[in-house]
Design a protein around this ligand. Structure first.
Ligand code: HEM
Length: 550
């Protein structure tokens, strides 16, 4: 791999049975690969022995090289600088600014000189305006310090190197290797996604994030993990890792008995066991108070016997534990409890085929005479409704973070593509109608994201009850705002990519996938209609109780 070639060395490998090309001063042997090349072998034979960088970037994005480099690269040109910058593209798209090492160093010095949160943090990424939160593009922010910057850099490096090149394959296969989930545990990320302090008492001390002192862990660290894994542009991937866990585990941590937590939490936080949230039923979605799955106390009072069905349960097919809403009492909200059901006799799960989030494992569950020890009751009997409602705020914040990053992915992919695709003699970006689309995407993303950061800050500062009362309305409003933003951005990106986002995979692959994922965000966790209505009802009800004057 470390072999050095001159341009004329490469030129001699110019036959179908001896086919080398140059991309960005690296040399690739495509002799065997040409038969498998999805774009055809003749197109490769036409550039055999030549520098094909321009043609390569016309048809592919960064992920391709990340995926195939190790397999196909045989060396580099003698003219290639030894200490090359990390950027993989030959020419950054015009309009994008690569952070220069000197500038980077200066920014780093600023960041380490003081821990004051108002100083700009280290810049990462391509610096395309609005493609990242401006706090990582050298702007001031009151919310972040150097521990946030370090965590973001750590997660981004992992995702770019080991996840992004494989996400499409995993999505098509409708599952993510179990090893990736375990890695979330080993890195200590799972334990940091519970909407509370970092539960270090349940985590092996070698498996915690090294760049953040755990007593400083806050909701912005959680935001960063979710935001960065969402850069993959796959709702299925994100939900595979944190979809079931992020909503199923918090009720166990908050309301589970100590003996139950001691027994099951370490395995879950380590990524060895999986947990999901089972609330929705074939006949009860947003209308949680009317669910029918019943749990009857056995005569000896030692078990609940559970019977019922749950539908659209994320991660259900892979889960060992199900945080389940059951009816233990009479009708309505006052008869609902939360139970941790373990995978045991009487629990059956089957995968559901859905429009989007393919690798998330959407599941139909049946419980038939399942015996659940009373020790597994989370909180008090018939008081589960409140716990479910509190949990919704955390779930919705997660959905908002993901939707806004997916919107950025649609925008970022569009900006890059608009700088390389030419129509009617000019780049797409040079057509005002395309810039208008990008501007409408950016303004919605930025406005929503600033609201998100503000609400997370409020969650950080308020106690749980105050947050539940005063933030339920705004969080519901922002959930609707971000799913609508996501839908808008996916649509506009799709128009910019044209046919490339109509077929699966390739350059428009992320946009095509996200377009299919939109409904998985706009419907669950409270549909847009219910969210908008709740945002008014809840906000005004609470304000009235607090002395609002009309
Ligand atoms: C290291 C060398 C190369 C690798 C590993 C590679 C790999 C791939 C892959 C995986 C695809 C499927 C689409 C995607 O996932 O993006 C593809 C499509 C394609 N490739 Fe390549 N390729 C290479 C070089 C080239 C070169 C040099 C050309 C042109 C001279 C080319 C032209 C195309 C075309 C036209 C398509 C179809 C694009 C479309 O469907 O819109 N490839 N290539």
């Amino acid at each position: 791999m470390s072999k050095t070639f001159t341009v004329s060395d490469v030129a001699s490998h110019n036959k179908p049975d001896n086919l080398y090309i140059i991309v960005d001063q690296d040399v690739y042997d495509l002799t065997k690969f040409q038969d498998d090349h999805p774009g055809g072998k003749k197109i490769l034979q036409r550039v055999a022995g030549k520098d094909a960088s321009k043609q390569f970037w016309k048809y592919h994005n960064e992920g391709i090289l990340k995926k195939y480099k190790a397999k196909l690269q045989v060396g580099s040109l003698d003219t290639k600088p030894k200490q090359e910058e990390k950027a993989v593209k030959a020419e950054p798209a015009p309009g994008t600014v690569q952070v220069k090492p000197a500038a980077d160093k200066a920014v780093r010095q600023i960041a380490t000189k003081t821990e004051e949160q108002s100083e700009p943090l280290e810049q990462i990424g391509l610096q395309i305006p609005f493609a990242d939160p401006n706090s990582v593009q050298g702007y001031h922010s009151p919310y972040y310090n150097s521990t946030h910057a370090a965590l973001r850099a750590e997660v981004r490096e992992w995702i770019e190197a080991e996840i992004e090149p494989n996400v499409t394959e995993w999505d098509e296969a409708k599952r993510v290797p179990e090893e990736i989930y375990k890695e979330m545990g080993r890195r200590g990320y799972l334990a940091g996604l519970l909407g509370i302090h970092y539960p270090k008492e349940y985590v092996n001390k070698d498996n915690v994030p090294k760049c953040v002192p755990l007593d400083q862990w806050d909701l912005f660290h959680e935001l960063i993990i979710t935001d960065e894994i969402s850069r993959t542009g796959s709702g299925g991937f994100v939900w595979n890792l944190i979809g079931g866990y992020g909503i199923g585990c918090p009720p166990l941590v908050k309301f589970g008995k100590k003996s139950l937590k001691d027994r099951v939490l370490p395995g879950i936080l380590a990524g060895d066991k999986r947990i999901c949230l089972a609330i929705t039923e074939p006949d009860a979605g947003s209308d949680v108070a009317n669910l029918t799955c019943e749990a009857k106390l056995s005569e000896d009072g030692k078990h609940y016997i559970v019977n019922g069905e749950k539908k659209w349960i994320t991660n259900g097919i892979w889960s060992d534990y199900f945080t389940t809403a059951v009816r233990t009492g009479g009708e309505g909200a006052g008869g609902v409890s939360l139970l941790l059901i373990e995978r045991t006799e009487g629990v059956s799960t089957r995968r559901m085929d859905c429009q989007g989030v393919w690798s998330s494992g959407t599941t139909y569950i049946t419980f038939e005479d399942v015996k659940v020890p009373v020790e597994n009751l989370l909180g008090k009997e018939n008081q589960g409704f409140r716990a479910i409602m509190t949990n919704f705020n955390h779930e919705r914040i997660g959905i908002i973070i993901q939707c806004l990053r997916f919107s950025r992915v649609c925008y970022e992919e569009s900006v890059k593509y608009a700088h390389k695709r030419r129509t009617f003699g000019k780049k797409l970006y040079d057509h005002p109608v395309i810039r208008m689309k990008l501007a409408h995407m950016a303004r919605q993303i930025e406005a929503s994201y600033n609201w998100l950061e503000n609400l997370i800050y409020q969650c950080e500062k308020m106690g749980e009850t105050e947050a539940m009362l005063r933030l339920g309305g705004p969080i519901a409003g922002l959930k609707a705002q971000s799913t609508l933003t996501f839908e808008f951005c996916a649509r506009e990106a799709s128009q910019i990519f044209g046919g490339l986002s109509y077929s699966r995979g390739g350059q428009g692959g992320k946009v095509e996938r996200l377009y299919r994922d939109v409904r998985a965000y706009a419907i669950p966790g409270g549909s847009e209609e219910i969210m908008l209505d709740l945002s008014m009802r809840q906000s005004l009800r609470v304000a009235k109780a607090m002395g609002m004057k009309l």
